[in-house]
Design a protein around this ligand. Structure first.
Ligand code: ADP
Ligand code: MG
Length: 377
């Protein structure tokens, strides 16, 4: 057990690292953030921040030596630096987990090999999108194997014309082409797992996306109890099979016939788990701290039906391309709402700047209030 008072290292300095750091500090840990791109949202609240490239192995070694365990909030970390860290201190989840999850092609192959359900897909080495799309059928979606997030590096293909366009755009890049799933709902389950193999899942969140970016998460998800159970079991089995120590977020499609397909997995806190900061018995960030430090896991139920709404840089946009601060009073004046901002200085369209949650006793009424607040922002 890594006891409170010890130091946790976090690779990546975004909002997930920031909320993780705040939760860790709440339990008395010290937090050291490593972020290549310069002073970061997580670094701003951490006890210490190192800003250096992942390839700067001397800085990375010094970072690893300064802490008792290292975790990450971001998947796109090169493997050589991870091995360096792992040679010095425990990395949780392990680099082997990240290796699978950071590349869509490896992730899909791993899901297949381990018998987990997923949408039909084919690999496309640059230029071969036509062949892969032929194997999968239209409509489909092409996704780059590496470095995709929030729908970046993705294109839906419905027509031959789209296909020609996609072939030009993705030429020379390693991609996967996936069958487009006409889903009933999109849900996610976050599973915490300790080194001893104890697991605990949060309730499934129902996720609504806009432009491929998460817009709203709704807890409880509006699905049948047996689907909820199956989704939580699936996430537990995945976390166990991958050997995750920490959190595993599992995004799933619920198909119209009622099957669950794994869309993607992330070995870290997840945007769709932010509801738990206010509506959960334990927040996903605290649960992550508990799991990586070997503390007992916290209860993972929902205290109230909760809706989480993402606040993107788009909320700053006014007519004629002008930018202005959103009307925070719209959230702050509502006693059932809680505002979380990430301290990012420059709002840009599509950039995650913060979120708010709304709690209530009835999920439809709570969803209505959340949407009304969003419109007033
Ligand atoms: N095969 C698919 N069928 C239907 N919708 C999809 C499919 N793949 C992605 N999407 C939509 O795009 C969103 C983002 O895609 P995802 O693969 O989760 O990438 P990321 O979250 O890394 O950007 C999904 O949550 C879903 O709404
Ligand atoms: Mg996703």
């Amino acid at each position: 057990m890594i006891a409170p008072g010890r130091a946790i290292g976090v690779l990546g300095g975004g909002q997930l690292g920031r909320m993780f750091a705040q939760a860790a500090q709440g339990l008395g840990y010290r937090v050291h953030v490593y972020e290549p791109s310069g002073p970061s949202p997580a670094g701003a609240v951490a006890d210490r921040e190192t800003c250096a490239p992942y390839e700067d192995l001397a800085s990375l070694e010094a970072f690893a030596r300064s802490v008792d365990v290292v975790t990450y909030e971001f998947e796109n970390i090169p493997s050589e630096p991870l091995r360096v860290v792992e040679g010095i201190v425990a990395l949780r989840p392990a680099s082997s987990v990240l290796h699978v999850c950071q590349n869509r092609s490896r992730e899909k192959a791993w899901l297949s090999a381990n018998g987990f359900p997923h949408a039909r897909y084919a690999e496309a080495l640059g230029g071969d999108i036509g062949e892969a799309a032929g194997a999968v059928g239209l409509p489909c979606v092409v996704k780059t194997a590496d470095f995709g997030y929030d729908g970046k590096g993705q294109m839906r293909i419905a027509t031959e014309q789209d296909l020609a366009q996609a072939s030009a755009i993705f030429r020379g890049r390693r991609c996967v082409v996936e069958q487009w799933v006409d889903f009933e709902r999109e849900i996610s389950v976050i599973c915490a797992r300790t080194a001893a193999g104890e697991t605990r899942t949060f309730p499934a969140a129902e996720n609504l996306h806009a432009n491929h970016i998460l817009d709203l998460s709704i807890v409880p998800a509006r699905i049948a109890p047996q689907v909820e159970q199956a989704a939580r079991r699936l996430a537990e089995r995945l976390a166990g099979a991958l050997g995750v120590v920490g959190l595993l977020a599992v995004e799933m499609f619920l198909t119209r016939p009622g099957d669950l397909l794994v869309n993607e997995v992330a070995p870290r806190p997840h945007n769709s788990g932010h509801w738990s900061m206010d509506g959960g018995e334990t927040s996903q960030f605290e649960q992550h701290v508990r799991a990586v430090c070997g503390l007992p896991l916290g209860p993972s139920g929902a205290r109230n039906p909760t809706v989480m709404v993402n606040i993107l840089g788009d909320a700053w946009l006014r007519g004629g391309g002008a930018m202005a601060e959103p009307d925070w009073g719209a959230v702050l004046a509502e006693p059932r709402a809680r505002l979380h901002l990430y301290g990012k200085p420059d709002p840009r369209p599509g950039r995650k700047m913060g979120h708010f949650t709304v709690q209530g006793s009835d999920i439809e009424e709570t969803l209505g209030l959340a949407r009304a607040i969003k419109a007033r922002l």
